[in-house]
Design a binder for this molecule. Structure first.
Ligand SMILES: [Zn+2]
Length: 297
């Protein structure tokens, strides 16, 4: 969820040291066990399930190694940034998350609590679950992944720091994962795209291309419709969010659904839907980074 400019402006601002903003938080998750025997086992499993590895001549020999080199994975050598919005501890530290930061265009709060469903399932939890699923899918495809937070119990970091973590990792593409807190009657996902403001000037076109792929993958691979209350056909440009204003890598933010809506909430709280959603986002990322069409599944 992202507050409107007006709502954010009325939140109190408290000067507080940004203790959670250490940039040492950058941690790259390498493809699991690359270069080790563990990698061989993982890749062997993947290869054995993929008929595409069979010899096109039909003369595959049973003694041929089923283990592809890591470089054959679609995202080998790529770095992907994932920002699971908010954090579980934000509810307990309003002084910290209401700290005012400069988002490149205007003042914004360090972070917010995020929204939740009517039953109290938090956006912070949803975002982290999807991010973790997505991380696993991307690593399996050969990517290195940088996450902006590593648990559901922490506070922050500030949205500026989240952008900085991904920029400093030189991610090839990045995604901010959220769910919206819109009107109860509203349904659907929205892809938020950056607007040129200086720092992000070089990645606007790429971010919009990536956003189109994310929208297409969501429509093709998940039961979540495009939003019927926010943006146009599931897309909107935003110039008031640090994560998009300050990015120097191609990035979009996705509101994966509307948590107050009962139908959307039923999907968003489902582990099965969260897996399907992560797979759709993976398909969009693979398509963006390889130039290949989205592999619907
Ligand atoms: Zn959010």
């Amino acid at each position: 969820m992202h507050l409107t400019r007006r709502t954010a402006a009325v939140l109190g601002a408290v000067a507080l040291a940004c203790a959670g903003c250490a940039t040492s938080d950058v941690r790259l998750a390498a493809p699991s066990g690359v270069g080790s025997s563990a990698a061989g086992a993982a890749h062997s499993s993947a290869a054995s399930s993929g008929a595409g590895h069979a010899s096109p001549s039909g003369s595959a020999t049973p003694t041929a190694s089923p283990v592809p080199a890591a470089a054959t994975l679609p995202l080998a050598g790529k770095i992907v940034g994932i920002d699971p919005g908010h954090n579980g501890g934000n509810f307990d530290d309003p002084a910290y998350i209401n700290t005012t930061i400069w988002n490149g265009m205007e003042d914004e709060t360090c972070d917010t609590t995020g929204t939740q469903t009517a039953s109290g399932y938090t956006e912070a939890q949803f975002n982290f679950n999807v991010a973790t699923d997505l991380q696993g899918d991307l690593v399996a495809d050969g990517a290195s992944v940088v996450m902006t937070r590593h648990s559901i119990q922490g506070v922050g970091p500030c949205v500026t720091t989240r952008a900085q973590i991904i920029n400093q990792a030189h991610a090839n593409v990045a995604i901010d994962i959220h769910a919206d807190g819109g009107p109860v009657s509203g349904r659907g996902f929205t892809v938020l795209e950056p607007v040129a403001d200086g720092p992000n000037d070089q990645v606007i076109g790429a971010s919009m291309a990536f956003g189109s792929l994310v929208r297409a993958a969501m429509l093709a691979d998940t039961p979540m419709p495009a939003s019927d209350y926010y943006g146009q056909g599931g897309i909107i440009q935003r110039d008031d969010l640090a994560g998009l204003n300050l990015t120097t890598v191609p990035k979009i933010l996705i509101e994966c659904g509307n948590m107050p809506n009962p139908t959307d909430a039923g999907l968003l709280t489902s582990p099965q839907f969260q897996h399907v959603l992560a797979e759709a986002l993976t398909a969009a990322i693979v398509a963006f980074l390889t130039g290949q069409p989205i592999q619907t599944g």
